[in-house]
Design a protein around this ligand. Structure first.
Ligand SMILES: [Zn+2]
Length: 188
């Protein structure tokens, strides 16, 4: 996918994630007051929560979505910064250093878009292996279909993230809790 596609994907993802993180589906979309009726206050609170989440997510997610293609300038494109070890670094970095939270989401979505949405795959296991993996669903980055494919892939990603956030693990788990969780997982 080209740069425009990655920016569009990152921006749409930040907006969708802002909604996912702010809306609790079990309590209905907008619940306010003691009897659960819709109140102006509830709408305003929800609106500012959603806007706050989108603002907090946009920059890290879009930066993350642009980062892997830095390897067009050095190293080997679709290999040096398009692999799981690089994603792993972005995933654990926040737990050790307390910043760069959410950048991994941008990096991960870049990989998904390159694998599912473009003709050429990416070298997921680089530097262990240079083989590139991609789905036959891809279109060329210059194709008229590129934008439509980007939007469809983003919608599917948001659906998966919605399920993960609500049924598996909260995507905005506080760093301190996540560190404990990670510690328990790796046994430290
Ligand atoms: Zn790429």
């Amino acid at each position: 996918m080209n740069k425009d596609g990655h920016v569009l994907n990152g921006a749409l993802l930040a907006v969708g994630l802002g909604l996912i993180l702010s809306v609790d589906p079990t309590s209905g979309l907008i619940v306010g007051g003691q009897s659960g009726e819709i109140t102006a206050d509830a709408v305003l609170t929800l609106g500012s929560d959603v806007a706050g989440s989108i603002a907090a997510l946009s920059l890290p997610v879009i930066l993350g979505a642009l980062f892997p293609d830095v390897d067009t300038a050095f190293g080997r494109h679709r290999k040096t910064l398009h692999n799981l070890p690089v994603l792993g670094i972005f995933l654990v970095f926040p737990y050790f250093f307390g910043n760069l939270q959410f950048v991994w989401i941008g990096v991960a979505t870049h990989y998904v878009l390159d694998i599912v949405g473009s003709k050429r795959g990416i070298a997921l296991w680089y530097p262990l292996s240079s083989s590139e993996y991609g789905f036959p669903t891809g279109v060329t980055t210059s194709s008229d279909w590129a934008t439509r494919v980007t939007v469809v892939v983003t919608a599917l990603e948001l659906f998966v993230l919605f399920l993960v956030h609500n049924y598996l693990v909260a995507l905005d788990t506080p760093l301190s809790e996540a560190t404990t969780l990670l510690g328990a997982l790796v046994g430290i």
